[in-house]
Design a protein around this ligand. Structure first.
Ligand SMILES: *Cc1c(COP(=O)(O)O)cnc(C)c1O
Length: 423
């Protein structure tokens, strides 16, 4: 009698340039395509992967992003550097009905990851592969959350970590990176300026640069967003995915996930419409989309309170724009004040306190419903890429009244305060 096939590990075959198609050895450290400077993407033997990665076999696998071993890049499961990232909840958000005019909103709550954002997926995969290929020191330009994530995974892997971030990055991310033992440098500039410093400094110092899409594995970690949401929905896709976009790894990764799942026979040809949201003060992808272009020029004087969206130029611009266009999706901007204003309303209506990036997806959903682009009952998945706790500077922090224990007027003070607040 034939025995059931056991798990076969990663089926990664090689890396392929997403622009010119040239193939490269995946077991040598690679960055961008040496021919055209574009993004390299891992390829897998999907037929072989489909033999053991089945709907049935996934039941009972670890509740982390590494459950999809066959189409993940770690050669040896023993080498995986993990903090339990992934397998975050996909929640119904009925409380958003009155705020958006939509009846069927879902959110993927990525604040449940180890350092509180979905950056843990990308950096978990990148650090795993860097260590597997012999790297001992890593550097990152980051607008915020990526630095926290890289610092945590580098600590876990016992690697040296060098972080370059804008000087006005929220304190939480500066403090996290330092707490995990990274060497933090603050820069009078934006993430692209940080990237230029690393490019200039890393060669002589032996640092490996884990910038978004400049190495092939961060997007593979983000790919698990797509794998998970499909599995959590019972092997189908939603109608629309709204994604707060900076460097765009999440969109690029999810788009690859859907193609791989279809090739493995796990889903059909239907794709969600992919929607890019950017801040009005930094919207290079939206501008390129509106101008019918495949590449997005640098956005001058980028400004927004949402650090993850303060990315003036994206190496993977063509991959993001291709996915949006092929899916029949769209791109739009929202204003900082709209994100800030909606954040406590979302938290109070749903029990999930979103980061400004996550709030931007709800603002976008409301606008797309108002314009008629979304139908009332479309199944819309908003990506809650991080939580609100790292952004205390944007929150309303109660300051009073302060009650004195033993004071006989406590009851009256509570009544007066509640009356003042309209309760
Ligand atoms: C980085 C980040 C984004 C943007 O993600 P990309 O995949 O790089 O476009 C969105 N939200 C948060 C909270 C982030 O940290």
């Amino acid at each position: 009698m034939a025995t059931a096939p056991t798990m076969i590990g990663s089926t990664m075959t090689n890396l392929r340039c997403t622009y010119c198609g040239t193939e490269y050895d995946a077991d040598v450290l690679q960055t961008l395509c040496p021919k055209d400077g574009r993004v390299l993407a891992p390829q897998y033997d999907l037929q072989r992967a489909a033999q053991t990665m089945t709907k049935q076999s996934l039941i009972g696998r670890p509740a982390t992003m590494w459950r999809y071993t066959e189409i993940m890049p770690a050669r040896d499961p023993e080498h995986v550097v993990t903090l339990g990232e992934g397998w975050t909840p996909l929640l119904r958000m009925d409380g958003l009905g009155p705020l958006t005019g939509l009846t069927n909103v879902l959110a993927k709550d990525e604040s449940r990851n180890p350092t509180g954002s979905f950056k843990d997926r990308g950096l978990g995969a990148a650090i795993t592969r860097a260590r597997e290929l012999g790297i001992t020191a890593v550097a990152i330009p980051s607008a915020g959350n990526a630095a926290s994530a890289m610092s945590a995974f580098a600590a876990r892997a016992r690697m040296d970590a060098f972080v370059f971030m804008p000087q006005d990055t929220p304190d939480a991310m500066k403090a996290e990176s330092a707490a995990y033992g990274a060497h933090v440098f603050l820069v009078d500039g934006l993430i692209n300026d940080c990237g230029a410093i690393i490019k200039q400094q890393s060669a002589g110092r032996g640092w490996f640069d884990v910038s978004t899409l400049k190495e092939p594995y961060r997007a593979e970690g983000k790919k698990t967003l797509g794998l998970e949401l499909v599995e959590q929905l019972g092997w189908r896709v939603p109608d629309v995915i709204i994604y707060p976009t900076g460097g765009g790894t999440g969109i690029v990764g999810m788009w690859k996930a859907f193609a791989e799942l279809e090739a493995m026979g796990l889903i059909g040809p239907k794709r969600p419409k992919m929607v890019v949201v950017q801040a009005e003060g930094c919207a290079p992808i939206v501008r390129a989309f509106e101008n019918g272009e495949r590449h997005a020029a640098l956005w001058e004087n980028a400004r927004t309170v949402a650090p993850g969206m303060r990315v003036p130029i994206a190496v993977g611009d063509y991959l993001i724009l291709d996915a949006v266009r092929e899916s029949g999706g769209t791109c739009l901007t929202v204003r900082d004040e709209e994100m800030i204003e909606l954040t406590p309303k979302i938290a109070a209506a749903t029990g999930i306190w979103p980061a400004p990036e996550a709030s931007s997806t709800v603002v976008a959903a409301r606008k797309l419903r108002e314009s008629g682009w979304l139908k009332e009952d479309d199944e819309v998945l908003c990506f809650f890429t991080a939580g609100g706790i790292k952004h205390l500077d944007l929150a309303a922090i109660p300051t009073g009244p302060i009650l004195t224990p033993g004071d006989t007027k406590i009851g009256a003070i509570i009544d007066a305060t509640l009356a003042e607040r309209g309760v």
